[in-house]
Design a protein around this ligand. Structure first.
Ligand code: HEM
Length: 286
């Protein structure tokens, strides 16, 4: 009979193997003796051990499973998996692809922050310098960031479509579906807030459309149905920090784009993964 459960390699063993290889390499060179002592000290500290909540040798699948379940980091890497879990035709790999795009966006975004100043009109000139390759790899970085952003929106939608088609939103995964919807909104907001940052004509008019949508929103907008908020202190006003798009709007979008939204998204992605483990994956068990 075909075995459905497959054992996966132990990440702790991989980490330990790397440490042991580094130690043995260092022990061969005289220069490395102080590094060797430092590493030996490091792997023996409470912090190193505590990071993996390992208190006894992981010499059995059962012990490994307990450690995986207890650790926020290691629950990502299960001890065993079902053969169907590896079937790309089922999940299309879209959740993981979206995650990697988010990682690429974070790394390229941080690098772009070194060259971009969110002030008027400097933002536009900085973007042109990055785009025209004045800075090393500027154009490459910007394109990586832009294409990864487009890809993340597309892949999140395909991932949602897959989850819907496999009925994976049904109990017990309702909470994860709701978390997913919030993640989709956050992904769209990340794209929207990034749109203003180049401070060119396309940005200004695209955000003007968003601002008008805010003004016409039901209840929250002063032009929309059931408008209750008067004196222009409405959603559109809150979005751009005034009645016109200017420096106040740019700094708002910048803070939302580089700090607030990525921070909340990272926490929710971690929780989303945790729920995937806790609810059990929905692939066919046969
Ligand atoms: C930032 C966006 C998102 C990321 C990074 C992400 C990531 C993931 C990953 C890695 C998985 C496990 C592997 C897989 O099924 O592909 C997963 C599963 C799941 N996701 Fe997402 N996801 C996102 C958005 C969404 C959205 C928009 C929804 C639905 C509204 C959703 C609902 C679910 C559900 C219900 C599961 C469990 C699927 C199952 O058991 O078959 N996710 N997600």
């Amino acid at each position: 009979m075909r075995k459905n459960k497959i054992n996966l390699p132990d990440p702790l063993e991989i980490i330990n193997n790397i440490v042991v290889s580094v130690l043995s390499f260092l022990s061969k060179s005289k220069l490395g003796s102080s590094w060797k002592k430092f590493l030996e000290w490091l792997v023996d500290t409470e912090v190193y051990r505590g990071a993996y909540t390992v208190r006894s040798p992981l010499d059995s699948v059962g012990k490994r499973t307990t450690v995986m379940k207890d650790s926020l980091f290691l629950h990502f890497w299960p001890v065993k998996t079902h053969r169907n879990d590896l079937r790309i035709s089922y999940h299309l790999g879209m959740g993981l692809a979206t995650t990697w795009l988010f990682v690429i966006l974070t790394i390229t975004g941080v690098l772009l922050m070194f060259y971009y100043r969110p002030s008027v009109p400097q933002a536009y000139y900085d973007m042109v310098d990055i785009r025209e390759g004045v800075y090393p790899f500027g154009m490459f970085l910007r394109n990586m960031h832009r294409w990864a952003a487009h890809g993340m929106v597309l892949f999140t939608i395909i991932h949602m479509w897959r989850v819907f088609n496999t009925g994976s939103y049904k109990p017990p995964r309702q909470l994860n579906w709701i978390l997913g919807v919030i993640l989709l909104v956050l992904t769209l907001l990340l794209s929207f807030t990034g749109y203003l940052l180049p401070w060119d004509q396309l940005s200004l008019w695209a955000i003007t459309v968003g601002q008008q949508m805010g003004a016409n929103a039901p209840i929250l907008g002063h032009l929309g149905p059931f408008a209750q908020v008067t004196n222009l202190q409405d959603a559109a006003f809150g979005l751009v920090g005034g009645t016109e798009i200017g420096p106040a709007g740019l700094i708002r979008f910048y803070v939302l784009h580089v700090f607030f939204l990525p921070f909340v998204t990272t926490i929710l992605i971690a929780y989303h993964f945790w729920r995937v483990r806790k609810d059990g994956y929905s692939f066919p068990q046969t």
